[in-house]
Write a protein that binds this ligand. Structure first.
Ligand SMILES: [Zn+2]
Length: 878
């Protein structure tokens, strides 16, 4: 099976790998004068007031430098989400660039010494180069770094001083000059459109990554977007550098630039040297700032070392010194004036005053993009200078980090994680194995059945040993996680401080995959898994067609594609011979070619249906699905949901305010989704800020009371309205349902579950929950809702479809006040008139990561049978 979404990735990487490992083509050495400066090429210095270089021109500049400089190799590794070029730039001495493959091999030996002799390791330390990756432009409204990168590459190409010579000789820099090329175009074009007007400097109305906006730094461990896959290919598999820095911007009113190391708390289980290296690089960055009289640098503050598993926070567990810089922002490319009394402290900077980690407070005044560019250039080169001067130490550290993590894995209590073949959704389990391989993690597979700690595992069971360099990554992706609760994570009044923004990143829990901890020696015959696990499904036709198992997420894609192909598909609403309630039943008339293509691409088995299923099933018609989209920077939860619906072949229509206000919604749609969002952001009323004043009027969104009324009519007339998390407030406040949010008013000390996995129990007999296991995990973020049924003559209209368990609710993350949610509903459906509101209090599709609860969304988008009780009662509106 070759899943459709994966095909372009594989093709792109094949094209990308070839030039990386071939000797780069050289032109005749150019003298520095021939190489155009950014100022001469773009007509302004990088970071000039009100000037932003567009990605297409930046690409042209990089290609020019590639042609003119023997120190620069620019690779076009593929296309971005919207089809723009994605670049990776290699920088080193000409001699080094001529032997990239040898450098890569030495690096690989040190980063994973398994199977290498002492002599090979000594050779790699003696001859290797420090591999250092830096990336820019990930967050597109943080405009400076995409501009900085051009000046950085120019400096690499033209500087002739001794420090640069040492850097070129002893290091290999891999630059990702823009991690989100599409976003540079979106933001630059928006800025240029409004510069010189009263709306100059306002943020664009849409997500600056087509699907996921600012969340594009939350995708490193799942790699759903193509941009993440390109970066992961460099960082986790092809190179695994010694260090990585991602250059960002933060708010405008504290330090001028945050530099490594991170503040407290840190996430444990990385090799300690990685934290020491970050402090070491960061100290030199900070030193060079003050040497250059660039005030306002701070380290060991603001950004804690425990954050979501984005690239800079996951890399330490790959034994990479994974770092972040965060410069204070202006207003896109417009200067910002900052008064001294606007400057304030932050985490581990209690007052805006000098301290050891912040000896040169900036005193206020104009703040410009050029100020950021200058700091980012220093932050780029200072750590390279350290790495170049200490090449051998850094490379020996690389070996030490890897070998010590392997040794810890041999000695640890948990020696391995076992992924059994017997799973609720084996196809999703295979996707998880592929995601582990995408991290460059070694995965083995059992050739024969084996027994461990009393459990019997079939042949084909996957085993992930902890005795490998990436032990730290494995521990956090597969092991149960408890976020620290201590004085670093509480304020002086005892209120919990929000993590950044998840308190667990357990991939197995998000995906609903069973993983067992294995302690002690395992006796199993294991072989390494080298390639993507991608089997095809099987086909066996019965007298009445086929059965598709509704426990598999991919079955929903198969059903969608069958319906799109015109096949006759029914859904079981009771158990029958050879099928269960929820299964999809496909008539035998479907074309064989359609079946074989779907089987190949989804991996779903088409099993024989022998009996006539009519009595316990109903025919499906494709539902007309709409999802609300707003302006005001876009809504990432909406964007992720779009990504997910497309990945599973659901047809949908994005609707905006005007579409809702046009009314007659039932004539156009069967289902409307309100992704997680505040009521104020949806309606445009009662916003708690006045930021709309700098937004051009045509982009001030909100559907107001009239929109609420249109949605209410839609439900009354038979529509299905689906809300995720805080979007439920609109229903609770406006639609008169006998349900309240039990955690709405609770302070953090009484209820707190920031990005945690919570144990839920699922009533599997309802069409909204078909295919779900009875025990599952919900991913709960701050702002999520928990439902309590209110005393009401209409309480029979409420169905408690999913509830939190009665005790030990926390699986991973951080939970305070479990009594506030124990036994309460996580998901309810409420009948209203002829229609239904489905309120999912957590995020069933969070960042397209929570495969374990996708079906709660998918079922809502599938035709449901008429409900006998309500039909008997005439289905009359109340
Ligand atoms: Zn950022």
């Amino acid at each position: 099976m070759m899943k459709r979404a994966l095909a372009p990735r594989v093709a792109a990487f094949a094209a990308y790998l070839a030039p990386a490992f071939a000797a780069p083509a050289f032109v005749a050495p150019a003298v520095a004068q021939d190489i155009p400066s950014p100022e001469s090429f773009f007509g302004h210095v990088m970071g000039a007031d009100r000037e932003l270089a567009r990605w297409d021109r930046l690409v042209a500049y990089y290609d020019t430098l590639d042609a003119l400089s023997e120190r620069i190799v620019v690779q076009h590794v593929g296309s971005s989400t919207l089809g723009n070029p994605f670049l990776v730039i290699f920088v080193s001495s000409p001699d080094n660039l001529a032997q990239l493959e040898r450098i890569r091999a030495w690096n690989a030996t040190l980063q994973d010494p398994r199977g290498h002799s002492g002599a090979e390791i000594q050779e790699a330390i003696a001859n290797g180069k420090v591999v250092f990756v830096q990336s820019y432009g990930l967050h597109s409204t943080e405009v400076a770094s995409s501009q900085t990168a051009a000046e950085v590459v120019y400096d690499f190409a033209t500087r002739t001083d001794g420090v640069m010579t040492q850097i070129l000789d002893n290091t290999l820099s891999i630059l990702i000059p823009n991690l989100n090329p599409d976003g540079n175009l979106i933001v630059t074009d928006w800025y240029d459109r409004w510069v010189g007007t009263e709306y100059e400097g306002s943020s664009p109305p849409e997500l600056y990554h087509h699907y996921i906006g600012h969340d594009n730094n939350r995708d490193a461990f799942m790699q759903n977007t193509v941009e993440s896959r390109y970066a992961a290919q460099v960082l986790f598999r092809d190179w695994v550098p010694q260090a990585f820095i991602d250059h960002h911007q933060m708010g405008a009113y504290t330090a001028r630039i945050y530099l490594p190391p991170y503040a407290e708390p840190i996430r444990p289980e990385a090799d300690p040297l990685v934290w020491r290296e970050m402090a070491w690089y960061g100290a030199h960055m900070a030193y060079k700032m003050d040497e250059a009289e660039l005030p306002g640098a701070i380290g060991s503050a603001i950004y804690s070392g425990w954050g979501h598993f984005g690239f800079h926070w996951i890399t330490p567990f790959h034994n990479i010194a994974g770092m972040l810089t965060e410069s204070a922002s202006a207003r896109l490319a417009t200067p910002l004036y900052v008064h001294p009394d606007q400057l304030r402290g932050s985490r581990q900077l209690p007052e805006y005053e000098a301290q050891t980690t912040f000896p040169s407070p900036w005193l206020g005044g104009w703040w410009r993009v050029r100020d950021i560019v200058e700091r980012q250039i220093v932050a780029t080169f200072a750590p390279l200078e350290m790495a170049a001067k200490n090449r051998e130490t850094v490379l020996r550290n690389a070996y030490n980090k890897a070998i010590r993590q392997i040794e810890r894995g041999h000695e640890a209590e948990v020696r391995a994680y076992v992924i059994p073949t017997v799973q609720h959704d084996p196809l999703t389990m295979r996707k998880m194995v592929n995601k582990l391989l995408d991290q460059g993690i070694s995965v083995d597979q059992a050739t024969f059945a084996f027994t461990h700690e009393g459990r019997v595992y079939e042949a084909g069971t996957y085993v992930v040993s902890m005795a490998q360099p990436k032990r730290g990554v494995i521990r956090w992706l597969l092991g149960r996680t408890f976020y620290p609760d201590n004085s670093y994570t509480r304020d002086p009044e005892g209120n919990p401080i929000a993590p950044y923004d998840m308190s667990t990143d357990n991939m197995a829990e998000f995906m609903g995959v069973r993983v067992d901890e294995a302690r002690g020696e395992m006796e199993a015959d294991l072989t390494p898994v080298y390639v993507v696990v991608d089997p095809s499904g099987t086909v066996s036709r019965g007298a009445n067609g086929y059965v598709l198992d509704s426990r598999l997420n991919d079955t929903f894609e198969a059903a969608n594609r069958l319906l799109a192909a015109g096949a006759s598909v029914r859904r079981a609403n009771g158990d029958g011979e050879g099928f269960r309630a929820g299964d999809f039943l496909v008539a035998p008339t479907v074309e064989a070619a359609v079946v074989s293509e779907i089987v190949e691409e989804t991996g779903v088995d088409f099993m024989p249906l022998e009996v006539d299923p009519t009595a316990s099933s109903y025919p499906l018609t494709p539902q007309r699905v709409a999802m609300y989209q707003r302006y005001y920077g876009g809504n990432m939860d909406e964007g992720w949901t779009r990504w997910l619906l497309e990945d599973f072949a659901f047809q949908y229509t994005s609707i905006m305010d005007a579409d809702i206000l046009a009314g007659e919604l039932n004539q156009r749609f069967d289902v409307i989704i309100l992704p997680a969002d505040s009521k104020a952001m949806m309606t445009g009323e009662d916003r708690d800020d006045d930021d709309m004043s700098d937004v051009p009027p045509e982009y001030r969104s909100g559907f107001g009371e009239a929109g609420v009324a249109a949605l209410e009519t839609f439900v009354e007339n038979g529509g299905t309205l689906v809300t995720f998390a805080q979007a439920g407030t609109l229903v609770l406040d406006e639609l008169d349902v006998p349900v309240r949010n039990a955690v709405a008013e609770l302070p953090g000390t009484e209820f707190w579950a920031p990005g945690s996995t919570l144990r839920i129990r699922v009533d599997g007999d309802d069409p909204f929950t078909y295919g779900m296991p009875s025990d599952a995990l919900a991913t709960f973020l701050a702002g999520g809702q928990v439902y309590e049924t209110l005393p009401s003559p209409e309480s029979e209209e409420v169905k408690r479809l999913v509830t939190y368990v009665d005790r030990d609710v926390l699986q991973s993350g951080w939970l305070l006040g479990e009594e506030a949610i124990a036994n309460r509903a996580a998901v309810v459906s409420v009948g209203r008139g002829s229609g239904t509101v489905l309120m999912i209090g957590f995020r069933p599709q969070h960042r397209a990561q929570t495969h374990g609860t996708f079906k709660l969304l998918f079922n809502a988008l599938i035709d449901r049978p008429d409900e006998p009780a309500r039909v008997a009662a005439g289905g009359a509106p109340r």
